[in-house]
Design a protein around this ligand. Structure first.
Ligand code: PA5
Length: 423
């Protein structure tokens, strides 16, 4: 379902046998689980596993949340929240009639926390606290605060409104959930945080918000099968091979662009996926993102004319759900009658063509990734595609795409400054 168009990159290089041979080797390593971090490749089979076993209890809990809460507070950070937020924002049209979803525990700003509580107001709420380790400071602190709020409001019944997604066997959150009798969901051992959106980590908030979880997972199963093809027409090979080749040509920054504002958190999810998977051992493409056409009026200058170390990947949704024809105006006071009768989507597509040509002529190779529509299938296809391509791309570059040793450095300093016992 995902299509990759490399026509805008091929002016800069000819992708051929040697690059695809690297992609083929990386794909083999990924699929066999024989590469570095191979024990964390369970996400390759996750959609099937979820459909067989876990979707049912998730849907039951999601229905209960929809019954009991006007607001679902999702507490998590990084891989424990970005995928769910990406889905809820991209598929907001599917979320009508469900609880409002508020994301907390992804920072330490007291003002942002207070704003979220004000937004919550007096409304009934449920909490889904998500942490694989159960010890991450930001979500643990947010949960302590929200738990007390829930207990004050609902007394002993608060525990029926708290859903914990965490490790099956260990960690502080797991122990607390057992002690308090919260309904528990599992972050699988063989799936790292940034690859976990199609596990209970993403699927409980996704289903509670009103998105059709079965549609998402069924589409993911078929997309994973497609992406397992060992052939240069596999879009994951094309994308992974192209971006790694461009990196070798000095394109050290990849700008992910989309013309849908609802894509913003999908881009944040993508940045974590690629940044944390590839930025190590002194190498890695820096993942950045822009929203078009808005950012053409801010970042457009830099992309067109700044340092020539950029490549651009544009995500397209081929069909819009709505049409907005431009009306005719008597006397043409704003000079826009040349567009009268045209649909906004058609104008957007022309803008995209113009941007592509301009950026290529400015020396920015362009990769296009497209899916048919902004819907459950489109979301699932993009998740599977970017995950598969990330694993392949990471192995082509020679890193372990499934660890993140670098994120510990700041934590050590912070815990020492905060006086954590033993640090
Ligand atoms: O991808 C990752 O592993 C990280 O982004 C984690 O998901 C993030 O640090 C949160 O960790 P945890 O789920 O243990 O609270």
């Amino acid at each position: 379902m995902v299509k990759v168009d490399l026509s805008g990159a091929q002016e800069f290089f000819e992708l051929g046998g040697p690059q695809y041979a690297k992609a083929a080797q990386a794909h083999r390593t990924l699929a066999d689980g024989t590469g570095a971090g191979g024990e964390f490749t369970g996400w390759l089979r996750l959609p099937e596993r979820m459909l067989q076993k876990e979707l049912k209890p998730i849907q039951t809990a999601a229905a209960r949340i929809r019954d009991q809460a006007e607001v679902l507070v999702v507490i998590g950070i990084g891989g424990s929240y970005l995928g769910a937020r990406a889905a809820v924002e991209l598929l907001h049209r599917s979320c009508k009639g469900g609880p409002e979803v508020i994301f907390l525990g992804n920072g330490l700003s007291p003002d942002a926390f207070t704003d979220a509580l004000e937004r919550l107001g007096e409304r009934d709420f449920a909490i889904n606290v998500i942490s694989k380790s159960g010890t991450t400071l930001e979500p643990a602190l947010a949960f302590r605060l929200l738990k007390q709020l829930a207990e004050k409001k609902y007394g002993a019944a608060a525990r029926k409104r708290i859903y914990a997604t965490t490790d099956a066997n260990k960690g502080a959150l797991r122990a607390l959930a057992e002690q308090e009798g919260y309904e528990r969901f599992v972050v699988p051992d063989d799936v790292g945080g940034r690859y976990s959106v199609l596990s209970a980590v993403g699927m409980l908030p996704i289903c509670a918000a009103g998105i059709d979880g079965r549609r998402v997972l069924e589409a993911a199963v078929s997309e994973m099968r497609e992406l397992d093809r060992r052939s240069p027409d596999n879009p994951a090979w094309q994308y992974a091979a192209a971006r790694q080749h461009l990196y070798r040509l000095g394109k050290t920054v990849e700008v992910l662009a989309c013309y849908e504002p609802g894509f913003r958190f999908m881009a944040e999810w993508w940045k974590q996926l690629y940044g944390e998977s590839e930025g190590k051992n002194g190498i890695g493409i820096f993942p950045a993102s822009v929203e078009y056409t808005a950012d053409l009026h801010s970042m457009g200058q830099y992309i067109q004319d700044g340092p020539r170390n950029l490549m651009e990947t544009v995500v397209h949704f081929q069909n819009s759900a709505s049409t907005v024809p431009v009306p005719f105006a008597m006397g043409d006071p704003d000079g826009l009658n040349y567009l009268a009768g045209k649909d906004l989507g058609e104008i957007c597509r022309s803008a995209a063509k113009a941007v592509k040509a301009a950026h290529i002529s400015g020396g920015v190779p362009n990769i296009e990734v497209s899916v048919p529509a902004v819907n459950e299938e489109g979301f699932a296809a993009l998740v599977c595609f970017f995950e598969m391509a990330c694993g392949i791309s990471g192995y082509i570059s020679g890193v372990n795409p499934f660890d993140q040793p670098g994120v510990e450095a700041y934590k050590k300093n912070m815990f020492r400054l905060l006086g954590k016992p033993g640090c």
